[in-house]
Design a protein around this ligand. Structure first.
Ligand SMILES: Nc1nc2c(ncn2[C@@H]2O[C@H](COP(=O)(O)OP(=O)(O)O)[C@@H](O)[C@H]2O)c(=O)[nH]1
Ligand SMILES: [Mg+2]
Length: 228
């Protein structure tokens, strides 16, 4: 519990046996539930996560978005915190983010990786891609978002009831932010965190996923959206 709120941490993992150990080792004691969503990893990710006390859930259909949707359906916390299983996001910063979340009185807090302080954390190509996608989102939806591709978010679980989350792949990250931004009943905030180089192999395919995320933004912008 953190200040009376039940906290669930959700981590999607595809072959992250090294990274997930480092992440789970640092999960703060106030976290009530840690869910690792595995997608048929071929290494020991699910075993390692279970041994370290996480609740491991299997999603048969591949995809970052699929994994998150499965994790959300199983989460019981009042506040959900997400991050990668590669130890690139600050696990020790969860209390800082929760404090900011409560202090700012928001319902969705995006942890921006920018400015990137660790020169090894993100290549120039990835920085350009991230900037282009964030600019595209900001222009299309008329709201400034510094890091549309960040994988670390803090939000109230109940806001999921109003969301229509369709992306099964990497575009899920921008889709959940758009769904939060578009909902007039959801207060959206963004603060900067420190981002470091990942452990293990990257799963993102920069050109393929970058292009898919861009076309997804356009489709999402011009889709007819009905609010409940
Ligand atoms: N369960 C699951 N996790 C995935 C999948 N694709 C990526 N991930 C995880 O999602 C997180 C983000 O992927 P990553 O390669 O770090 O992308 P990046 O942070 O955008 O460079 C990592 O923890 C991956 O292991 C997938 O298909 N299924
Ligand atoms: Mg990552």
């Amino acid at each position: 519990m953190y200040k009376g709120q039940r906290i669930t941490v959700i981590i999607p993992c595809l072959n992250e046996e090294e990274g997930i150990q480092l992440v789970l080792r640092d999960i703060p004691d106030f976290v009530d539930e840690t869910i690792v969503v595995d997608n048929n990893s071929t290494d020991r990710t699910p075993q390692v996560a279970a041994e370290m006390g996480a609740k491991v859930i299997q999603e048969k259909i591949p995809g970052y978005g699929r994994a998150y949707k499965r994790g959300f359906a199983n989460a019981t916390g009042d506040i959900l915190v997400t991050l990668d299983g590669d130890h690139s996001y600050p696990v020790n910063g969860i209390s800082y983010l929760l404090e900011a979340f409560l202090h700012l009185e928001v319902d969705f807090l995006n942890a921006s990786r920018f400015p990137v302080r660790d020169p090894r954390a993100m290549s120039f190509k990835h920085k350009c891609g991230n900037l282009a996608l964030s600019l595209a989102l900001s222009v299309l939806f008329l709201r400034w978002v510094r890091d549309s591709q960040s994988g670390m978010w803090v939000f109230r679980r109940k806001i999921l009831d109003d969301m229509q989350l369709e992306a099964d792949g990497m575009a899920f990250s921008e889709e959940i932010k758009i769904e939060a931004l578009l909902n007039p009943r959801v207060r959206f905030g963004e603060i900067s965190i420190s981002y470091t180089s990942r452990t293990g192999e990257i799963k993102l395919n920069p050109w393929r996923d970058g292009w898919q995320n861009l076309t997804f933004l356009l489709r999402k912008r011009f889709a007819v959206r009905k609010w409940k």
